[in-house]
Design a protein around this ligand. Structure first.
Ligand code: ATP
Length: 317
């Protein structure tokens, strides 16, 4: 039997608006999600028994049932028991490059890669939308991670409408290694502090409001104009995360003061902050300026760029 290596890219949020809360405990969102080149490698090796096991080179990532990649494999095993019996289990090896608990969908993209990899391994021939549907049961960001690119995500983030792809827009990412922000905390705090600004009406109204508010950045994306996109970046969660995490605020302010930065924003629930720039050369210069300003080795800095795809196969042997 073959083994597969897949490349699982991270994402940033160019736009994140919280429209309202939902009876299921989630929030009605309007987001623009963007795949970036920074990626993990996921290797899938068939096993002769029916087990699922996970290895990971990152000490912060669990290798038990709580790993999202494990949960993706367990889901496939439950959904396709005959394929599991015929082809056997899988050993999943994750080589992490995406910072963990960073607002970059690291776990979600690993799960998406496992769904796609097992589809290949077990010769299931699932369609992209079938994989996305399975992914939605694992987490709101998983469906996006399957196909990636530039997408408007509504609902709790799982309803996807593709936008024209935004290729080769360079950026710098900054994150303190030891700093984590709980996504659940960020949404809960937002709900407590700002729920009076929610729209209390039908889903249609919510969808219309989302379309109106994100209209400007969508226009900029349609024009493929990084300057305009950078002007229209938005993330409602900054309202709770920046006051509570001075280190995130500091990165945000420092990026904003750097020459060559077109716009800066926190991704998802943070704590990663990104800065859009005009070229790779600019990105390297901004990275250097940030490093000089904050010599702390706890600060991770990455130069990366937008890409037009989600999970891709790197190797099959
Ligand atoms: P999102 O942007 O989707 O909110 P994130 O980038 O903030 O996600 P992850 O990197 O997915 O966060 O990690 C969140 C938590 O999930 C971490 O505390 C980590 O221990 C756990 N986790 C489980 N599986 C994985 C995985 N495969 N990769 C990374 N973290 C994982």
């Amino acid at each position: 039997m073959r083994s597969y290596t897949l490349i699982a890219p991270a994402k940033i949020n160019l736009y994140l608006e919280i429209i309202s809360d939902r009876p299921d405990g989630y929030h009605e969102l309007a987001m623009i999600l963007q795949s970036i080149e920074l990626a993990d490698e996921i290797h899938l090796q068939p096993l002769s028994n029916e087990k699922i096991c996970v290895n990971c080179n990152h000490p912060q990532v669990p290798t038990n049932e709580s790993n999202l990649a494990y949960r993706a494999a367990a889901l496939m095993a439950t959904q396709f028991p005959q394929a599991l019996a015929k082809y056997g289990g899988v050993e999943i090896t994750i080589r992490k490059h995406i910072p963990v608990a960073a607002g970059l969908a690291g776990g979600s993209t690993n799960a998406a890669a496992v769904l796609m990899g097992i589809d290949l391994l077990w010769d299931l021939g699932l369609t992209k939308s079938e994989l996305e549907e399975l992914g939605a049961t694992l987490g709101s960001d998983v469906p996006f991670c399957v196909a990636g690119g530039t997408v408007i995500a509504t609902g709790r983030g799982e309803q996807l409408s593709p936008l024209p792809s935004l290729d080769h827009t360079y950026m710098v990412l900054a994150k303190y290694r030891s700093l984590e922000v709980s996504t659940a905390w960020a949404y809960k705090t937002y709900r407590q502090e700002f729920s009076s600004s929610y729209l209390r009406d039908t889903e249609n109204l919510a969808a219309r409001a989302a379309a109106v508010h994100s209209e400007e950045i969508v226009k900029a994306i349609l024009k493929k104009d990084p300057r305009k996109i950078a002007e229209k970046l938005h993330n409602d969660l900054e309202r709770v995360v920046l006051p509570a995490y001075p280190q995130v605020l500091q990165l945000r302010e420092l990026f904003a003061s750097q020459e060559g930065v077109l716009g800066t924003m926190m991704s998802g629930s943070g704590p990663t902050v990104f800065a859009l720039v005009e070229s790779e050369q600019q990105a390297q210069a901004v990275k250097l300026q940030m490093r000089t300003a904050i010599p702390d080795e706890n600060l991770e800095l990455f130069v990366t760029r937008t890409i037009t795809h989600g999970i891709q196969m790197a190797q099959s042997t």
